[in-house]
Design a protein around this ligand. Structure first.
Ligand code: 9MR
Length: 324
């Protein structure tokens, strides 16, 4: 489907209702692909760094920070008047090898992680308004995920990370973020219990990110997702859809794309009807740069714009729902 240039960009419709439609951005296409930049700036009023702010990419060596990619992405957002979600400070994946394989004791590890979180949040004070402080701390069965952090510090690492991020930028909104926790299940229940406990302990946490990485045909019920959003909102927490994509078995048919559009429509309606779910971020700008085909062989086409940057029915579904 050719781009309908007469249609309003998603970001204009979103701006008009105080909503954010975001995309995860990679440094390389942002640098090398002008069509990617144009599409990003035209359609989205929020972005997140797909990889550039993760611990490993930021810290090639213990004494070195590599801020170039993150700086370039944040500068682009500022130039285009887009809000930024910071992703992510504490995660088991994409850790620096020197840290995972190192032999630091408890105290030195605490010092290192505290200073990492504070350096990063301070650097982007006032520029990155929202942080995914802790990412994916649970298994699908609701148990703690066995990670470097859990092994080293026990579950207390979570509240420590939120406190340190808050010290780094007292005005940033701090989120816990996870996948397969979109509907009502063991993982979302564990998250609910944890954030409730953290709030009770006065830990500075302001929101929960539901990643919403979905597989077409295996989507949790919209009722369950809406109920999940509602229970976090009831705790006074904001909810963001942080990494949405809907992967499809390839080759993709027209009817798959229509069904996929239906899923995008369902999710944005859940947010628009919820008390406090003001952002829907998709995990990539176009299907061309999606992580999906690299990880799930035989699947692809999960996003709003196709490999050529043309609008898909999914984008039209968001637009239809954002209309005044
Ligand atoms: O999209 C990211 C991909 O480029 C990286 O190689 C991968 C590393 O594990 O991380 C991907 O993003 C993940 C995100 O940071 C957290 N939630 C799941 C995302 C998809 O794997």
């Amino acid at each position: 489907m050719p781009n309908d240039t007469s249609a309003s960009p998603l970001r204009d419709l979103a701006d008009a209702r105080g909503f954010y439609v975001g995309a995860a951005v990679s440094a390389r296409p942002l640098r090398e692909d002008a069509a990617y930049r144009d599409l990003l700036a035209r359609e989205f009023n929020m972005l997140t760094c797909e990889n550039a702010l993760k611990f490993g990419p930021l810290r090639p060596t213990p004494d070195q920070f590599a801020f170039d990619n993150a700086d370039a992405i944040v500068a682009f957002a500022e130039a285009q008047g887009m809000a930024v979600r910071g992703h992510t400070l504490v995660w088991h994946s994409q850790m620096p090898e020197w840290l995972e394989e190192g032999v630091l004791g408890y105290d030195s590890s605490i010092d290192l992680i505290r200073s990492h979180i504070q350096t990063v949040t301070k650097r982007y004070r006032g520029r990155i308004g929202v942080w995914d402080v802790v990412n994916e701390a649970f298994e699908d069965n609701g148990r703690w995920r066995d990670t470097f952090y859990l092994r080293k510090f026990g579950p207390d690492y979570i509240k420590m990370a939120f406190h340190w991020a808050h010290e780094g930028d007292p005005n940033a909104k701090l989120f816990y973020n996870d996948y397969n926790a979109d509907g009502l299940n063991a993982k979302s229940k564990a998250i609910y219990r944890m954030v409730k406990r953290l709030l009770g302990e006065g830990v500075p946490i302001h929101g929960v990110g539901l990643q919403v990485h979905l597989l077409l045909g295996h989507v949790p019920s919209t009722r369950a997702i809406a109920a999940n959003v509602k229970r976090f909102n009831r705790l006074g927490l904001e909810v963001h859809i942080t990494e949405m994509d809907v992967r499809v078995k390839t080759p993709v048919s027209e009817s798959d794309l229509r069904e996929q559009a239906g899923v995008y429509g369902d999710i944005i309606r859940i947010c628009l009807r919820a008390k406090n779910c003001p952002a829907l971020v998709v995990w990539g700008v176009t299907d061309r740069y999606s992580w999906v085909p690299d990880v799930f062989a035989g699947y692809g086409a999960p996003l709003l714009f196709d490999e050529q940057g043309r609008e898909k029915p999914a984008a039209a579904a968001l637009r239809a729902n954002l209309q005044p």
